[in-house]
Design a protein around this ligand. Structure first.
Ligand code: GLA
Length: 346
């Protein structure tokens, strides 16, 4: 086994472990058992210089206190559920409100604040870690015992794959994602804000789900054409920033749950390129509007709009929006989600 393993601090006297996956290019992904969280990701620029391109912290306790969801696995339900309630099979479920009266990213103790069991694995061209978590019936108000698996795999083709699977023993709802904040110039680049201008992004979506001022979908789909949401062709992220983005894109798909191209980002100065493909119907594009001087790795201070998230997922508030693709999971079915991040330079 060539996967490095070590201690990343502790939570309630329980050790948090880290694993470092390294491929033949030298790309390194470091993941911890708290929240099955990606804590660092080092990739080369066009000259072969490596930088850590995700925001994060140096210690488990800082992740435990984090309210920004740096790099973590989000669940049982990513994004907002209006008024923290939904109806399933005629029964109303109240889940924990943690964003005003709304539910956000799994509630008070979401999947990002729990310890996962980890099993590292490797074969000729892949290295990875399988994380397991058992979420009890009623946790944060959700029905059903949920057996969850998240697998991170780093391939020699410079892909970081995140694969999710879940089964339940009662009808329930599931929406899992990863909440990494990226800056392809490096998480600790000086004047990080100005670097977002040098990120050209393309999103394979003709529309977004319109949302109200509390970021709850209105149920309407908005065409991106002639709006500042239009990323169908590569455009600078920072150039159009304004108040920043926090919006769900409806990905163009030939068929539901196919693995298809979602987004591509090129950082002009370093030449780093990240291409995202996913089986999910949506992607939340968020520009770190709530970052306000968060002290992160190596003392780096993360300010507003100095990084971006592209969270592959089902649309926000799907349980209350009959027109949106369903997030219901039933006994006997398996929830599956695959997202691939492919790295290259240009
Ligand atoms: C998601 C949401 C944002 C915000 C962040 C966490 O990206 O869309 O509104 O809640 O998570 O800070």
């Amino acid at each position: 086994m060539t996967i490095e393993k070590g201690n990343f601090g502790s939570i309630d006297n329980k050790p948090v472990e880290y694993f470092i996956l390294k491929n033949k290019t030298g790309i390194e992904a470091k993941i911890i058992t708290l929240g099955a969280t990606l804590v660092s990701l080092k990739t080369p620029d066009r000259r072969g210089n490596f930088a850590d391109i995700v925001l994060g912290f140096d210690d488990a306790k800082e992740y435990m206190n984090d309210t920004r969801y740096f790099g973590c696995t989000v669940g049982r339900f990513a994004n907002r559920i209006a008024n923290a309630k939904f109806t399933l099979d005629g029964k109303e479920y109240k889940i924990s409100p943690n964003n005003g009266q709304h539910h956000l990213h799994g509630g008070k103790v979401g999947f990002n604040k729990v310890l996962w069991k980890a099993e590292p694995f490797e074969n000729q061209s892949d290295k990875g870690v399988l994380f397991k978590y058992f979420s009890k019936d009623g946790e944060e108000g959700f029905p059903g015992n949920l057996d969850v698996r998240v697998t991170y795999t780093l391939t020699d083709d410079d892909e970081l794959k995140i694969e999710y699977a879940a089964v339940t023993d009662k009808n329930t709802i599931v929406n899992l994602t990863n909440h990494s904040y990226f800056n392809l110039a490096g998480h600790d680049i000086e004047n990080a804000y100005s670097y977002l201008v040098q990120h050209l992004m393309q999103i394979n979506a003709d529309s977004v789900t319109e949302s109200d001022n509390e970021l709850i979908p209105t149920g309407k789909f908005l065409k991106v054409e002639n709006t500042h949401y239009d990323f169908r062709k590569p455009v600078s992220i920072g150039w159009k920033m304004g108040k920043g983005y926090d919006i769900n894109y409806v990905l163009n798909k030939q068929s539901a749950s196919e693995l298809s191209f979602a987004a591509k980002i090129v950082e002009l100065k370093s030449g780093r390129v990240m291409e995202i493909s996913t089986t999910e119907p949506g992607i939340q594009f968020y520009t770190g509007n709530f970052l306000n001087g968060v002290k992160g790795k190596g003392g780096t201070v993360y300010n507003k709009q100095t990084a971006f998230c592209l969270e592959t997922q089902h649309y926000p508030d799907s349980p209350n929006q009959p027109e949106f693709p369903s997030t219901v999971l039933k006994p006997g079915e398996t929830y599956r989600h695959l997202t691939v991040h492919k790295f290259s330079v240009q």
